[in-house]
Write a protein of this length. Structure first.
Lengths: 251, 119, 111
């Protein structure tokens, strides 16, 4: 009864939303047919600072301050997740539980894990440091690095993962990445321009050392995002493998 | 047709996601549906910035005169994706806490915020 | 990128999104979500946004489905007695199996 009422109300709301949405979208210029005045200006600014990847120029140079805020959203979410999933006193880790995951894995998957682990880490690093030249950057490379690390769990076992992922190091690295981003921004103040201004020499478009501070900021973000994802996935993995005491006591 | 199809698809994904949110019987399913709702904004933003016959706004090996997609909305979409992932992680952590405390993840079984002592 | 390729990708994206929502079993939904993430990434490439597509592959195809699966694994342990309709209900012996597996832990360690 109550459930049906909920669906009915939501259906009515969605109907209104659909009608209003269609009316709004009808008046948008057709996709792909119009010029982009802001885009043209952003591209011009990217060329001015010798950044081949205009998207990264917008993210880290022209809108660098917004990205600082975004980075702290991610930091806050990671801290919140770690806090929510911290181990309570009522729970204890079941040692044996930590070995069973990989036993269910096919040998072929395990082999693929071994082969892909170094390749994935290499690709992640490449994507981070070439962010100002080719598609990629700190966000993309950071997630590749973080998820690549968990191939170790497939390839070997939880203990090998723990050795690859020493506790504490990624806590520190996440803070360090966020700090490095701010430090590069403050460097702009010291160099005599604004906070997060592109204060390093710009160099020549398309060269590995170009675009001023963009590669540095990409590396800072790569460290921060990579560590944040490593921490978050680590907490969820720990939750999945931890046996709660009640369940062990029942029956 | 392509001048309106991206918008229509974005709108459809938004509404389908909302439908999933309302009818969901499992909180993890709810969170994934929210993720789907958010993904409609990626399509909307990218559709606004798309240029017919253009290419990606990356000038490593193309000339400056080429028509490109708008890098501004692409940068916004990047932010969107990262924030979406952060929100999903936080909501799933909350879901695990609810499962621990209430022993159920059915949104319809969760009426109040009191502990399960009421039964 | 020819126009009809983009159109086809957009339609497929809409279909996969619908499939994600209509998959009521969260475990299966995580896999469908991963496929949807990949579909969305391909559409992004067609919309000439390779940067965003790379991010979407990392986040939407790998990281998010991964934590979804891990969250389900934890939730199911707390909800086995009263699994809601439409979800996979593990047999009661699944819980015993877990304990059975952890009981002979010396055997597991000695391996």
């Amino acid at each position: 009864m109550r459930a049906r009422l909920t669906v009915l109300l939501a259906g009515a709301a969605m109907l209104v939303l659909a009608v209003v949405g269609v009316r709004a979208l009808i008046h948008l210029p057709g996709a792909g047919d119009v010029a982009h005045p802001y885009g043209a200006r952003a591209v011009a600014a990217a060329f001015h600072h010798a950044t081949a990847n205009a998207v990264m120029s917008v993210t880290l140079d022209q809108r660098g301050f917004d990205t600082l805020g975004e980075e702290f959203v991610l930091l806050a979410a990671a801290v919140g997740t770690v806090l929510l999933l911290r181990e309570l006193t009522a729970e204890r880790e079941e040692e044996a539980a930590h070995t069973y995951g990989p036993e269910d894995v096919f040998e072929a998957v395990r082999l693929a894990g071994y082969v892909l682990l170094p390749v994935t880490l290499l690709v992640g690093g490449y994507v981070v440091v070439h962010g100002h030249l080719t598609p990629g950057g700190g966000f993309q490379g950071g997630t590749v690095l973080a998820t690549g690390l968990y191939l170790a769990y497939l390839a070997a076992d939880y203990r090998a993962l723990d050795r690859l992922r020493p506790p504490g190091v990624f806590d520190a690295a996440e803070g360090l990445g966020a700090f490095a981003y701010v430090a590069v921004g403050v460097g702009g103040l010291l160099a005599g321009s604004g906070f997060l201004a592109d204060w390093l020499p710009w160099g020549q478009l398309g060269k590995p050392l170009s675009a001023g501070t963009v590669p540095l900021l990409n590396i800072a973000i790569g460290i921060e995002v990579g560590s944040a994802f490593v921490l978050v996935v680590a907490k969820f993995l720990e939750q999945a493998l931890t046996v709660p005491e009640q369940a062990a006591e029942e029956g | 047709m392509l001048s309106w199809l991206p918008y229509a698809v974005a709108g459809w994904i938004f509404l389908v996601g909302c439908y999933g949110l309302v009818t969901s019987r499992h909180l993890v399913h709810t969170v994934v549906c929210l993720n789907v709702v958010q993904s409609s904004t990626y399509l909307l933003l990218l559709a606004v910035g798309w240029t017919r016959g253009g290419t990606a706004p990356i000038f490593g090996d193309i000339g400056r005169s080429r028509a490109v997609a708008d890098p501004l909305v692409q940068a916004m979409t990047l932010t969107d994706i990262v924030v979406g992932a952060a929100v999903t992680a936080l909501l799933l952590a909350l879901t695990i806490q609810i499962a621990k405390r209430r022993g159920t993840v059915d949104p319809r079984a969760l009426r109040s915020f009191e502990q399960e002592s009421e039964e | 990128m020819s126009d009809w390729t983009l159109g086809l990708l957009l339609v497929l994206t809409a279909v996969t999104a619908t499939a994600v929502v209509l998959t009521r079993n969260p475990g299966r939904q995580a896999m469908v979500l991963s496929a949807y993430g990949l579909m969305l990434a391909m559409t992004m490439v067609a919309l000439s946004a390779p940067d965003v597509a790379l991010s979407q592959i990392g986040v939407g195809t790998a990281a998010v489905p991964l934590i979804v699966v891990l969250a389900i694994a934890r939730c199911e342990r707390h909800t086995q007695r009263e699994a809601p309709r439409g979800t996979h209900r593990p047999e009661d012996d699944a819980r015993d199996g877990d304990r059975g597996r952890s009981a002979p832990d010396d055997g597991g360690r000695g391996r």
